[in-house]
Design a protein around this ligand. Sequence first.
Ligand code: UDP
Ligand code: MG
Length: 141
Amino acid sequence: MERTLSIVKPDGVKKGLIGEVISRFEKAGLKVVALKMVKLSKDQAMGFYIVHKDKPFYNGLTDFMSEGPIVVMVIEGEQAISKVREIMGATNPKEAAPGTIRADFASDIERNIVHGSDSKESADYEIGYFFSSLEINSSIN
Ligand code: UDP
Ligand code: MG
């Protein structure tokens, strides 16, 4: 069993895709074990994406992530990290496989609807960024 953090980004919330994203995870056998809607400040978005601080897209990305409410959730299941990334599709929607969330709904490489942790280490950091252990209704530990 694994846990990963997923986010419906501000564009996904604006487009009315909260239910669509959750539904795709649930249909794949994954479980939502924690969930909330929050609006990040610019500083909070910068902290979340600190691994990208030296990338050219960091400023635009953190403006985007703080422009409106997001839905953050902890997803649990076998191979949850790679499963969520598969359901999301590639970062650039032009390269995302047909039938993935990003291929179906993303407008460009920045505004790509959804986030999913890329490794066990990032999942631990990202889950801890938003949730305390008391808020996670997990079947494991
Ligand atoms: N991003 C961007 N321009 C790029 C690459 C990424 O605006 O050239 C944004 C995009 O929203 C992406 C996020 O930064 O989802 C984090 O980038 P990462 O490479 O971690 O992609 P992800 O793991 O989300 O697929
Ligand atoms: Mg990433």
